[in-house]
Write a protein that binds this ligand. Structure first.
Ligand code: ADP
Length: 470
């Protein structure tokens, strides 16, 4: 079950405020209660002792009982306590008490004092009482000093009510405040989610970056913006790929159909013409086969080079061999391929794939080199790696193009007459193979002067040890 973030924050805040205020009220109540009881016990004891002392003083006075009555009145008024002085039968020592009798009370006190202790403090829910046995006029009597707790309970009851009201008020306040905060927190999330949904629907023109007060949301927006750019690039490339592939398929197919018709209708009897037309059909079929081959290669490489076994082989020999495949151009079209290859350099890789890399790079150099028709192919040891370079003297590649040439189906806008057939997928195949092996690669190019495409191959582990031993 998923809950609305807004609601969760809202409820959490409100509950938190309610619990805090309630806890505060309860703890405060408990502490005040405890402290008040302790204080009352202390006060009642001290008042009781004062009365007991007054009783003793009264014995030494001429008008003893009168003095005592005055004193007790004064003390009880001042300390807000009830004081009784009773004989064992419950009659009051003072006639001022209008002869009221408290036999039950006297009996209870008698029981309490039976253990012979000088005084006792009795605490009940409603009062705190000091009781002691005294002898005001040579006769045993009981002193009873009591302070009622009821006014305090009343006050506390009112305080509890106030606490509860404050807690409720805090909850309402928290409800409003948390609603506001929750809105503030969830608004950017909702906004970003809404835009992400639009992105999923294929709207690549929206912008995620906005300055939110929350760092995490800003980071999320940036990440989504990056994803948007990448998805839009991939989408564009896919569209271009389909357009280019269909276009590149259409031309040879049209040619094949046209020349086949021509053979049937016109050149069928004329051997020379028929052969020429048939050759065109063969060439165009080759072009189609090459295109299909490259597309298959590309999808296989992208799928992770499945089925390509890595072996240790002599890279130097491989470079010689691949460069040798272009010698027919030297003989027939005046190209020069200079090789500077250091012998005995090994690599552990998928041999067929590396062959493809070397072939594509040298082939491109042949296609794009300048008037002097010269290409330099180098292989040398650089630190522990084998560095392969193929240098041409062509028109070079501009800064803006350098990033895009490795992308599928990128082709510089101008058409170029090339001796080696290209499908526009060569460099993306190179990139796919080298990246999947983890080999670094790149191009250094200067417009008007030429380009140097390079790749570095790691030595096989055994080879590394061998050279270290030497
Ligand atoms: P193709 O050569 O079949 O068009 P590639 O993928 O091999 O496809 O190359 C992509 C693009 O990169 C080429 O169309 C060209 O514009 C550029 N390029 C590749 N190699 C070179 C080079 N040696 N000099 C200049 N431009 C090059």
């Amino acid at each position: 079950m998923s809950l609305n973030l807004n609601l969760v924050l809202w409820l959490a805040f409100s509950l938190f405020a309610f619990v805090i205020v309630l806890l505060y009220g309860l703890v405060q109540n408990y502490l005040i209660d405890k402290r008040y009881r302790e204080q009352t016990v202390e006060n009642v004891r001290s008042v009781g002792e004062k009365v007991a002392q007054a009783i003793e003083e009264a014995q030494e006075q001429a008008e003893g009982m009168q003095y005592l009555a005055g004193k007790i009145f004064e003390i009880s008024m001042k300390n807000n306590v009830t004081v009784y002085l009773l004989y064992e039968d419950g009659t009051s020592v003072f006639s001022a008490d209008f002869g009221r009798n408290y036999p039950d009370l006297a009996e209870t006190i008698e029981d309490l004092m039976a253990d012979g202790s000088p005084y006792k403090i009795v605490t009940t829910e409603t009062e705190v009482t000091y009781v002691a046995a005294v002898e005001p006029n040579g006769q045993t009597a009981y002193l009873y000093v009591s302070h009622s707790l009821e006014p305090f309970w009343e006050l506390e009851g009112r305080m509890n009510w106030t606490s509860l009201m404050t807690a409720l008020f805090a909850v309402v306040l928290a409800f409003v405040a948390s609603g506001f905060v929750a809105m503030l927190v969830t608004k950017p999330v909702t906004e970003v989610t809404e835009r992400a949904k639009q992105l999923a629907r294929g709207h690549y023109d929206l912008n995620f970056t906005a300055t939110y007060y929350c760092m995490e949301i800003n980071e999320l927006s940036e990440a989504l913006d990056y994803a948007r750019e990448e998805i839009s690039k991939a989408d564009k490339m896919q569209k271009e790929l389909i357009a280019n592939v269909s276009h590149d398929f259409k031309t040879p197919l049209t040619m094949i159909k046209a020349y086949a018709s021509m053979i049937r209708e016109i050149s069928g009897e004329d051997k020379e013409k028929r052969d020429a037309h048939a050759q065109i059909i063969i060439d165009e079929s080759d072009r189609l086969a090459a295109l299909v081959g490259d597309l298959l290669d590309l999808s296989r490489i992208r799928a992770g080079l499945a089925g390509d076994e890595k072996t240790v082989f002599n890279l130097s020999e491989e470079v010689y061999r691949i460069a040798g495949r272009f010698t027919y151009l030297c003989d027939t079209q005046g190209y020069t391929i200079e090789t500077e290859v250091e012998d005995g350099l090994y690599v552990c890789a998928s041999r067929d794939r590396i062959e493809q890399v070397l072939y594509n790079l040298i082939g491109n150099a042949v296609n794009y080199t300048g008037e002097d028709k010269t290409i330099r192919v180098k292989l040398y040891k650089k630190e522990n790696n084998s560095r392969f370079e193929v240098i041409d003297s062509g028109k070079g590649i501009s800064e803006e193009e350098i990033e895009t040439i490795w992308d599928r189906y990128y082709r510089s806008s101008e058409t170029h007459k090339r001796p080696v057939k290209g499908t526009g997928l060569g460099l993306s195949i190179v990139k796919g193979i080298l990246s999947s092996h983890g080999y670094p690669f790149g191009v250094i190019s200067e417009v008007g002067k030429g380009s140097c495409f390079w790749a570095e191959f790691f030595p096989p582990p055994a080879y590394e040890e061998e050279t270290e031993e030497k």
